[in-house]
Design a protein around this ligand. Sequence first.
Ligand code: SAH
Ligand code: SF4
Ligand code: F3S
Length: 471
Amino acid sequence: MSKLVLKQEILEQEQYILKCKNLLQKQFVHKNPVCYVHSYGCQGNVADGEKIKGMLSKMGYGFSDKAEGSDMVIFNTCAVREKAQNRVLGNLGMLIHYKDKNPNMIIGLCGCMVQQEHVANKIKKRFLGVNLVFGTHVLHKLPEMVYKILEGQKRVYDTTESDGVIAEGLPIVRDSKFKASVPISYGCNNFCTYCIVPYVRGRERSRDMDVVYNEVKDLVKSGCKEITLLGQNVNSYGNDLDSNVNFSKLLREINDIDGDFRIRFMTSHPKDATKELIDTMASCEKVCKHLHLPVQCGSDKILKAMNRKYNTKQYMEIVNYAREKMPNISFTSDIIVGFPGETYEDFKLTLELVKKVKYSSLFMFIYSPRKGTKAELMDDFIPKEEKSKWLMELIDCQNDISEMAHDEYVGNIEKVLFDDISKTNEGMLSGWTDSHLVVECKCDKIKVGEFADVLITKAHRMALIGELTTK
Ligand code: SAH
Ligand code: SF4
Ligand code: F3S
């Protein structure tokens, strides 16, 4: 069976959008309805949030940056760690309070957290004020669900289990005009033993290469300066397609699109990071020389228990090969501290690996047991306080490395895409180097959304400081 949602079904949803629009015009005579959509979690989830906004915008909703006072609030949730879930539940309590003041407020919960049956049931029982709950596989049916609510149904639930679908042609309201995320695949087949994602996102499925290519081409045409290709494992892109494509081929095709823009991608699973990928990065001038290559742990015993399907030797081989081909490449990574069965000796191997690779920055997490995963059933003897100490040791170690990595940039001229006003240095803009480091700089002639060459004059742990070079 095709994974693609039929065109007919998308057209049906477009009809529901029109029906919602009519109802809303009758309900809101003196003002436009306003919605607050907040996405938690990874960039893939944020990309879903942009589609949610796309559909709501077509119905006539405007957008607010706060829940209070909004006519509809949608939390697009993440389930990757307990903390992420608790944050949502905490904020949901606040929402219910706003709803006391505005009983017509529609509250929706969607995304990975509610795709777990036990969570959806809990919401059903305990949070009666939540009107709309929908899982990750039915996002494209949002118009139909909103229509039911607008027609008077108190609660609409759809957390259908599925291996996952691909819905093309949905409207998108993008958060930025000059930086865009483009999913190239959905779901995951890897079943790392700690991870909930394969359970809540279904099997890996790649979008058609022409569809991705055309989306990027249109974005570039509209002035977009940075495209991030997204997938839980971009390196296995195309494995499920009949045509003879892979991620390297996709990168080369996109690199050939005319225009002044850069290409990023995430996430690269080390087990599928090939020399072909590295050679492609090296030869494609628009592809940023930055590789987010999550190692998770430096102990082969733990990597095996995590079902990561590579060992540290293979990991270092790809890192070394990439450095040989692109001496300026920067690496970032994710680390889980305190996986079941991990000893301090194992953890020390992680520290060693981190020192060897010299990541420019790291995302570091304490292991969080997820219901239904294999690791949840493994014996875990190390107390939380001990794991927190290990995490602090890792953070200290990485801080020193980040500082050194940043120091090496002083004196370089870097191409920077400015994307915001600096929050720490008044009068400065902040942007990103090709290698994914933050640069802050006084910019008289440059605006947010533009590239500029910057001479790096100072390095701090979190950011580089620079001056525009006169052209
Ligand atoms: N697909 C990506 C990761 C997606 S989740 C990859 O394979 O690299 C992002 C990060 O969250 C993971 O890399 C991992 O470090 C962390 N993570 C996932 N599940 C976790 C858990 N149960 N506890 C703690 N961290 C977790
Ligand atoms: Fe989770 Fe592993 Fe899939 Fe990444 S590759 S989403 S860590 S199961
Ligand atoms: Fe979280 Fe789902 Fe992404 S669990 S990290 S939002 S795929």
